[in-house]
Design a protein around this ligand. Structure first.
Ligand SMILES: [Zn+2]
Length: 471
């Protein structure tokens, strides 16, 4: 078996069936030469997977990532029919009405009820054969879907995530059996549910993406709440209205930010894509989806500083600057955008973050993001020192991800490799020894050639490199 001349890299969570088509098309050969018959991206005969791997020059683990086999039974289902998991019946195909037909984009998780939306197009999926109507998905559904994607990935080797998804499926199934369509917690903005479809949640989830989306919202909402909110006061906040005190707090906070803009030179460029937590609390965010709340807080602060400078920022502009376009919005962001108000706990978080940024000496994170975004390779002298990759991801990419998260203080979602979860970088960090860590830190310093970084030489080797480059 010879390796094909053109070998596109698999996209994050791309199914084998989609990759095989791209590989065949890129080389102008018949699709059956890559994959003999259509498959459901699960339980692929070893021989066929080996063939694709050999043709594409992929290692075994990279090829396995193209199938559902690496997911636990609770997700991929039991027995040859793959029942009683999150997987659909084999005859059910979900696709994106906005991008599947034009670009061929699909996602492994679309073969499960965990993902009733296209996270790229921000719309609900449709069943193959149904009318292709593009309906923007509710922001809370998108938020939940992002968290479910992370949980599915975590469930591959974490019992805790598996447990969460197992219980969520049981809750959904129980809810589906008793649903009337008149549930008081159903927001008008959510899609209409089909009760008959919902009742079909048995060995397989219902085939209708919107009905599944609503069931997930009804049963999984707690996964998205950042903090338990119980008081009547908070209830009012959750409906999206701000109190006069919140409104006054927003104005007060803007005054405070203006002060720092004038006196300390605070600028939106100084905002990292993950808002810093107070010292001691800055442990890597490990709870799935936690990066999202810190990234939304960073978006909010970016907008506030822009406004303090006389601008009129939109959430889209702020998320684009931070490299996290498309993240679901939040009450915090909406409150600032519409000038509605700022809740006490949000003002507290943003205030402490501003203090932390000032205390750390303002760093031009925008420049770091712009600089590192263009870097896709490390010097051979550095890569030689790296431990082997995990198989799923090349160790050079993990090292670049390590540099990205350390120097931009942003989640991997903001990096050139948004599909790599932050926990892969944390795992990489624990696998490397202090010497390699130092080496990578120096590599990052040299890439950025930041004057504020270079004032603290770490070893002679750093200076040799700097002298060579800058004389
Ligand atoms: Zn799409």
């Amino acid at each position: 078996m010879t390796v094909l001349p053109v070998r596109p890299a698999p996209r994050p969570s791309e199914p084998l069936s989609s990759y095989a088509v791209r590989l065949a098309d890129a080389n102008g050969i018949h699709r059956a030469r890559v994959l003999p018959r259509p498959r459901h991206d699960i339980d692929i005969p070893r021989r066929e997977l080996d063939t694709v791997a050999a043709l594409a020059g992929l290692d075994g683990e990279a090829a396995r990532r193209l199938t559902m086999n690496r997911y636990p039974l609770g997700i991929r289902g039991h027995g040859i029919q793959r029942r009683h998991g999150w997987r659909h019946h084999f005859e059910v195909v979900w696709l994106c009405p906005a991008c599947t037909l034009t670009t061929g984009h699909t996602d492994l998780l679309w073969q499960t009820a965990l993902m009733p939306v296209c996270l790229r197009c921000r719309c609900y999926l449709v069943r193959a054969g149904a009318a292709h109507v593009v309906t923007p998905a509710h922001p809370r559904v998108l938020e939940l879907a992002e968290i479910l994607r992370e949980l599915a990935e975590a469930a591959i080797d974490e019992q805790r995530a598996r447990g969460i998804l197992y219980r969520l499926r049981r809750r959904c199934q129980a809810k589906a059996a008793t649903l009337t369509g008149e549930e008081p917690e159903l927001e008008p903005a959510l899609p209409l549910i089909d009760v008959a479809w919902a009742r079909m949640w048995g060995a397989y989830p219902p085939p209708d993406p919107r009905t599944v989306a609503v069931l997930l919202m009804l049963c999984g909402r707690r996964l998205t709440s950042e903090k338990p909110q119980r008081s009547a006061h908070s209830q009012r906040h959750q409906t999206g209205t701000f109190t006069p005190a919140d409104h006054a707090r927003l104005n007060w906070f803007l005054t405070r930010v203006r002060h720092h803009v004038t006196n300390d030179g605070l600028h939106p460029r100084h905002v990292p894509a993950l808002l810093p937590l107070p010292a001691g609390d800055d442990a890597p965010a490990r709870r799935p989806g936690q990066w999202l709340s810190l990234t939304r807080a960073a978006t909010a602060l970016h907008m506030l500083i822009t406004r303090a400078l006389g601008g009129d920022p939109t959430p889209q502009e702020a998320t684009a600057a931070l490299g996290v376009s498309g993240i679901p919005t939040s009450l915090l962001i909406d409150g600032i955008h519409a000038g509605g108000g700022l809740r006490e706990q949000d003002a507290d978080l943003l205030g402490r973050a501003v203090d932390a940024l000032l205390a750390g000496g303002l760093i031009d994170y925008q420049r770091r993001r712009d600089t590192l975004r263009a870097v896709r390779r490390l010097p051979t002298s550095t890569t030689r020192q790296l431990p082997p990759g995990t198989g799923r991801v090349d160790s050079e990419v993990l090292a670049l991800g390590w540099i990205w998260t350390r120097f931009t203080h942003g989640p991997m979602r903001s990096s050139p490799w948004p599909g790599i979860p932050d926990r892969d970088i944390h795992a990489f960090n624990t696998r490397i020894d202090p010497e390699t860590r130092l080496l990578l830190h120096e590599a990052g310093q040299l890439l950025l050639a930041d004057t504020d970084l270079l004032t603290i030489p770490t070893t002679d080797a750093t200076w040799t490199g700097v002298t060579r480059r800058y004389g």
